[in-house]
Design a protein around this ligand. Structure first.
Ligand code: ASP
Ligand code: MG
Length: 406
């Protein structure tokens, strides 16, 4: 007996048959004596289709209008799921994000949750009902509907699990767990039994599409164990949690990759206090999220500064940087939008030397040039040509013997 939050992704509710399948899974969880709160994404590609519709009207839709529009995708799936549950003889109620008490800031299209008021959900649960919540959305203090950024239903689910002190959060898609690498790119990839929040964060931030990084972060913060599994079968998924069984031989837990990297280099930047702030503050104001930042050691009070952004943000970033180059007295700026990155992640790296060397050697043996390197305590990332990312993932998976269970 417990309280379970289950989240179903877009592919799991892509059509009516699949919605009925999800209803059956929820009912079986309920019949085991649990209270269930289900969070759904929009059906299939609904969100993309809605975005496409707006493109036919205006290249720059008002973010507020955009949010109200996009929120409808999840309203459709949550109401249909509630109806499917009722048709199967179970009491259920659908709630929009606002009705579920999810309050956000006013950063339309990428809003953050600021408060959870789950009173209504509690009342519905006490009435014996299954509660179905529309993912990806919330409401501001002034009653405007917001969305939480693409893929944001994961965040809804974990936030609800935290606010309701749920016993667990289960997150279902068409992928049955977290793999040592993306199985579509690396056929040898192996499903992990479990992974730590920290490692999952690094993998997600570095491009593993498996789970929204903000959702993982929230899970870690509130210590909500998250099970990642498939709604299409009953295979055991991957548990993301705090205590992870040590994999003795292989201290790399996984490899993530991303083929969506653009790099901007500002050449001949005067080396004095305030310059970096003067570059990155305006980028932040334009909400360009900067990933890797590398500044060279300076020679003759001049340095080069390189950073990366998602490709979609390159134009916006260049619009900010170009006028700055002159005003800070730098020489020029150049952009490259044909890059990708590959990262190895594992907590074991902290205590054992040699991982970086092995990674670089593996890439060089394949003739892959490394453009930039960044590290955290449990991650090493190499920025390489987009064209060589897949080969890099495969080579590293083999070199670190990730196909083997420790
Ligand atoms: N429907 C939204 C999207 O496609 C949110 C989600 O799926 O989590 O981004
Ligand atoms: Mg979706």
């Amino acid at each position: 007996m417990g309280l379970v939050v289950q989240k179903y992704g877009g592919t799991s509710v892509a059509n009516v048959e699949l919605i009925k399948n999800v209803a059956r899974r929820i009912i079986s969880t309920k019949e085991k004596g649990n209270q269930v709160v289900a969070v759904v994404s929009a059906m299939g590609d609904t969100t993309d289709e809605l975005v496409q519709l707006t493109r036919q009207i205006t290249p720059k839709p008002e973010p507020r209008e955009m949010d109200l529009l996009l929120s409808t995708g999840e309203i459709i799936s949550c109401t249909l799921l509630s109806m499917a549950l009722r048709a199967a003889g179970h009491e259920a109620v659908s709630l929009s994000g606002a009705q579920a008490g999810i309050q956000t800031d006013a950063a339309h299209t990428d809003a953050r949750i600021v408060a959870m008021n789950p009173g209504r959900i509690w009342r519905e649960l006490q009435g014996g009902r299954i509660v179905v919540v529309a993912g990806f959305q919330g409401v501001t203090e002034s009653m405007d509907i917001t969305t939480l950024g693409r893929g944001g239903s994961d965040t809804t689910a974990v936030a609800l699990a935290a606010a309701l002190c749920a016993d667990r959060c289960e997150r279902y898609t068409d992928v049955d767990g977290v793999y040592t690498a993306d199985p579509r790119v690396c056929p040898e990839a192996r499903k992990l039994k479990d992974i730590s929040f920290e490692e999952m964060m690094e993998l997600a931030v570095q491009g593993a599409k498996i789970m929204h990084p903000r959702a993982v972060e929230m899970g870690a913060l509130h210590n909500i164990p998250i099970v990642v599994a498939s709604s299409f079968n009953d295979a055991p998924g991957t548990l993301i949690h705090n205590e992870v069984t040590m994999e003795l031989q292989s201290k790399i837990r996984g490899i993530s990759h991303d083929t969506d990297v653009a790099k901007i280099t500002i050449i001949g930047v005067p080396d004095r206090p305030g310059i970096a702030a003067g570059i990155f503050e305006p980028l932040a104001e334009k909400r360009v999220s900067v990933d890797t930042i590398v500044q060279n050691a300076s020679a003759n009070k001049m340095t080069d500064l390189t950073f990366t952004v998602a490709r979609k943000d390159l134009d916006k970033a260049m619009d900010v940087i170009k006028p700055l180059v002159k005003s800070i007295g730098a020489k020029q700026c150049v952009a490259d939008s044909t890059l990708g990155k590959v990262s190895i992640v594992g907590t074991g790296m902290q205590t054992a030397p040699g991982y970086a060397a092995k990674m670089f050697r593996t890439l060089s043996d394949k003739g892959i040039n490394i453009e930039l390197i960044t590290t955290s305590e449990i991650r090493i990332t190499c920025i390489v040509s987009e064209k060589q990312v897949v080969e890099a993932v495969q080579a590293l998976h083999q070199a670190f013997r990730l196909e083997r269970v420790a």
